[in-house]
Ligand binder design. Structure first.
Ligand code: NAD
Length: 472
């Protein structure tokens, strides 16, 4: 199988990159290269930004109904590629096909659909005394995205940016760039005006930095690690460009003593293991009332052991590989360090049986971890769960908030008001009570070092708008 793509998408056309270097794309299950994509350069970024700048004035002035119609055509073209999208994500990332279909394909389509509707409503202007306050698009957006939800993270930026009237230069992750090509096939088919969305593939240090530092980019919207977010903020700060950052997490799943423990642990383990634990919002710290700690550990072990590792295309598989050998080694390093630091292994760990090939790590549960130690504090980004006891609700909140991150979280209780009171005290961007479903229209983003700004729904649209006051 060769899924090689040779071109970049600039100014409404597939074009040859300035240089001939390429980046291999690996299938993490078979460890085979399945294709290459161009290793773009700063010269390609210059062309992309010039195209986006030229396109901006007319796209910003386009009637919102016409922008909505363009996004609707894009939605149709993307939905028609649904099966190919799911298969591509299963191939380049290793997400089991069922999850790749439901989450990696279904979620971005739902998000895009939501912006077809939001694009049609022009941002409201209103009067404040003698001022007319109007909302206007920020300008050219540089979008830089990671590999773990490779289409969703792109759509969560491109769709609201276009809906707001901005134009975009996108750099997807070099580890999973193939699904972004499917989006640009759809963009091409949908006939969006030239220059409105541009694709430059390449590495972070070359293409990512060129975008973040480019004087023609008005805003950088980034999803990825906190370390890279910090670097991008420094580059953007030199010219006071706006940044939106969706960064890492180490979210707490707080299970109070009156919770339905079976449901809370089962859903909690499933959340921590989703996409092999490569999920920024994963509830990787399970906090359990001390009176139910041993019971929870037994339930967590049983749930984790039920996750069959294997080929993403095998319908029995519930957990695929990690994205790369480097990521697998990082995660294994955390597990080994945790053992060396004295944590108690409940299930999984370095000696668990694994498929012969592929970058697999067994689902791993730890007890008795030091709440201030690396296992409880570092974002591991693999199938590793730590279970920590607490004594009462105040203590639960204190442990939950003992993190430099604040992206997501959960509370379980038989008493909705008690759960709500705990949820409100958690310093984090989102909290799910008793397994409530994900809402693609709700604001998504982080407190503390989990980021700046919000994505999705109207909050996501607002990120791409400026505010102007006109006095009369
Ligand atoms: P990463 O920071 O290594 O890379 C993200 C993107 O930034 C990639 O496209 C990469 O090429 C680019 N990049 C790397 N170095 C760069 C630089 N110096 N300048 C500009 N761009 C650069 O992150 P990753 O490993 O791809 O993704 C995993 C991380 O993303 C985790 O920390 C995870 O929590 C986070 N994440 C956050 C969210 C969220 O919404 N909060 C969502 C998904 C993932």
């Amino acid at each position: 199988m060769d899924l090689t793509r040779t071109d970049l998408y600039l100014d409404g056309q597939w074009v040859t990159p300035a240089a001939t270097d390429t980046i291999p794309v690996e299938n993490p299950t078979t460890e085979q290269v399945i294709g290459t994509v161009p290793a773009g350069t700063s010269a390609d970024v210059d062309r992309a930004v010039a195209a986006a700048r030229t396109a901006f004035d007319s796209w910003a002035a386009t009637d919102p109904a016409d922008r909505a119609a363009a996004l609707d055509r894009l939605h149709g073209a993307l939905a028609a590629r649904g099966d190919e999208i799911a298969r591509t994500v299963a191939l380049e990332l290793g997400t089991p096909l069922k999850v790749a279909t439901r989450v990696q394909t279904g979620l971005p389509l739902a998000v895009l659909r939501s912006y077809v509707e939001l694009a049609a409503e022009p941002p409201a202007s209103h009067l404040v005394g003698n001022s007319l306050v109007v909302r206007e698009p920020v300008g050219v957006v540089g979008a830089i995205t990671p590999w773990n939800y490779p289409l969703h993270q792109v759509v969560a930026k491109v769709a609201p940016a276009l809906a707001a009237g901005c134009t975009v230069v996108l750099k997807p992750s070099e580890l999973t760039p193939l699904v972004a090509y499917l989006l640009f096939d759809a963009i091409d088919e949908a006939g969006l005006p030239p220059g409105v969305v541009n694709l430059v593939t390449g590495t972070g240090p070359v293409v990512g930095e060129a975008i973040a530092a480019h004087g023609g980019v008005d805003m950088v919207s980034f999803t990825g690690s906190t370390a890279t977010g910090r670097r991008i903020s420094h580059l953007a700060a030199d010219r006071i460009a706006r940044v939106a950052l969706e960064l890492g997490g180490k979210s707490a799943n707080v299970i109070l003593d009156d919770a339905d423990l079976t449901a809370a642990v089962k859903t909690g383990v499933g959340n921590a293991l989703l996409n092999s634990g490569q999920t920024c919002t994963a509830w990787t710290r399970m906090l359990v009332h001390r009176s139910r700690y041993d019971e929870a550990l037994a339930l967590a072990a049983r749930a984790a052991e039920g996750y069959q590792l294997g080929d993403p295309f095998d319908s029995a598989t519930r957990l695929g590989p990690l994205v790369s050998a480097a990521q697998r080694d990082r995660v294994r390093g955390h597990v080994e360090q945790g053992l060396a630091d004295g944590a108690r292994l409940v299930t999984g760990g370095p000696d668990a049986k694994l498929p012969e090939r592929g970058h697999f790590v067994a689902p791993t549960v730890f007890a008795d971890v030091d709440p201030d130690g690396a296992l409880a504090q570092e974002e591991i980004f693999g199938p590793v769960l730590v279970v920590i006891p607490f004594d009462d609700d105040d203590h639960a909140v204190e442990v939950a908030n003992n993190s430099r991150y604040g992206l997501a979280g959960a509370v379980w209780s038989g008493d909705d008001n008690r759960a709500l009171a705990v949820a409100r005290r958690m310093r984090t961007g989102a909290v799910d009570i008793n397994g409530a479903p994900f809402n693609p229209l709700a604001p998504f983003g982080g407190y503390k070092q989990s980021g700046l700004g919000r994505e999705l729904g109207t909050f996501g649209l607002d990120e791409f708008l400026q505010t102007k006051a006109i006095q009369r």
